[in-house]
Ligand binder design. Sequence first.
Ligand code: DGJ
Length: 716
Amino acid sequence: MAITHDKGIFTLNTKNSTYQMQADSFGCLLHLYYGRRTEGVTSWGLKFMDRGFSGNPTPDRTYSLDVLPQEFPTQGTGDYRTPGLIVRDSEGIYGVVLHYKGFEILEGKYSLKGLPAVHAEDAQTLAITLEDKRIGLTVKLLYGVLPEKDIITRSVIVRNDGSKPVTVMKLASSCLDFTHGKFDLITFQGRHTMERQFQRQSLSHGQFTVGSRRGMSSHQFNPFVILADHDATETAGRCWGMQFVYSGGFLAEAELDQYSQTRLMMGLAQEKFAYPLKPGEELAGPEVIMTFSSEGLGKLSHNYHACIRENVCRDTRPSPIVLNTWEALYFNFDGRKILEVAQSAKGLGVDMLVLDDGWFMNRNDDNRALGDWTADEAKLGCTLGELVRDVNSLGLKFGLWVEPEMISEDSDLFRAHPDWAMTVPHERPVLGRNQLVLDMSRREVREYVYGAIAGILSQGNIEYLKWDYNRSIAAVYSRTSDSQGKVMYDYMLGLYEVLERLHEKYPEVLIEGCAGGGGRFDAGMLYYTPQIWCSDNTDALDRMNIHYGTSFGYPVSTIAAHVSTCPNHQTGRTTPLKTRYTVSMAGGFGYELNPLTLTEEERREIAGQVLQYRTDREIITEGMYYRLSNPFEESYCAWEYVSRNGSKALVNAVIPYNHGNMPLVYVVLRGLSGGTFYRDIGTGKIYPSDALMDAGLPLEMPKGDCEAFTFRLERV
Ligand code: DGJ
């Protein structure tokens, strides 16, 4: 039994972790423990004493929620740390006092209406009900336990069971309280073209928050955080992760309080959020995927990789190897050029041509036409269907770029429905890339978007969509909503509804997520789009660091990465083709360059890469992924894939900068079978596995900057 309940104590067990909480005699749900798998009851950790200026909900001066670890802290209970729930009642009073009411243990994993969530056969659900009798509020805390994966998910449903309306002002989905410990917080910060840069800092007293107010999970901060023992490394130490299954605004908070206790919390962004609930209505907090590792960050990542790959993504087919036209041609093409590029790409061995932006009416630059999803037949020289057919007849699949949630002011759609754009009345709208965001909270807008995409798909054998999103939301106003405080949340539900409808109707169409690169790289999108364009930055060195950060929470199978031309269009840097390939070996692999301009030598090299990728794809997308160095701290970046049965390993390394008389770099491997030998397929040399995982493999001295090294090993 993964979940048990005994004398008021709830225990959630996974293979390597235990989570415990207790409904105490005051009816409060206290958090007891989340750590290594253990037997017995951990309530001895609770200490009761009179603490000055910490409120007491009863005359017992030794009982204060300001000090005790809680499962779901609320505002107004005398706990002055950050709350998970703030509610304003019909009198305008803030404050919720929740008491334990009951629980249910269910077989299987709960799902959330309208929201993406982990799906699993081998799982149990615990639902704990709390209530505030004064306001008539019921809160259901949901826990999904995937024992074999070491995963515990959390979500919360707030329901107004009273007779008067209330407004939810803040909603977090998960909270972890630690009574002691010296922790680091690991977050993934960035910007457009530099997403998910690894950042680790020790927690000091106060509150540290990351989040997004942009209506998208964002390039700036990823909705994924790790709390780690101060001395935790890749291979040792305790760490806890929280990953939000949501693509809109979020708030992750870490607080070190007056008694050096730590609270970690993840939930909806509070900005522009005030969700009214009429009697009988409810609001679901998006899911948080939690995991615990006592074996360092590498194991924590493995737990997430398996969960995202098998329990979030729903399409597990291998991705086609693509040639994408964006960096190859931008807007400068016609139908003839596309076919020439396709023919040339076919000669390289790729599977699919992806026609990126610029294929529809008036879209010859990025200032207009979004919303008018009619192919520009004059530019293409034929219908879209004919172009797809011609590409198919070259032996290539066809994929197409769309940006369905957007509308340009210069578009027929805007001229017909200016009110469908999210703008504030009588105010000049804030533009982003000269475009506005469609109000996905409106049914008629969702119908239009669904109809437009279905209409495109009906024109030919289109097997892949790249679903882009190129600005953040600024104006939060919906002309039809009864409350502007719910628009951001309803927008996401609207987007998910359209994606779900498309998934049901066209299960064979692969959708790649994209938001100006990796601006919506989150588990919410991965539920609908099993791979995401990781960044608009295709420079090998920058990408290497972006992939490094991304790998903490997301499996390589979800990362789309393309080899592009040099000098690189984002950085102007020239890197060897081999290095670009080495860095791009990921789940959504391909090329984003003009094959017509390649030299014969480059064509041969690329054709070889494509063949090699087909051989390596399984180990890359399904193997165990190991980070072998931290490129932010070390002079090289190395990473490794080991097949599930340990019989093969693929090791990649890049030395970004060459220096005079460099020290040798030794790459120390991990995850090999112990007590045996591995052969380097390239050189035939045989190495003892334990020494490879201890002394490591030396890299040759680089002959220039940005040199890449690859080793393919097999167990003998
Ligand atoms: C942003 C994407 O990230 C790019 O790859 C490309 O599709 C452009 N949009 C097209 O406008």
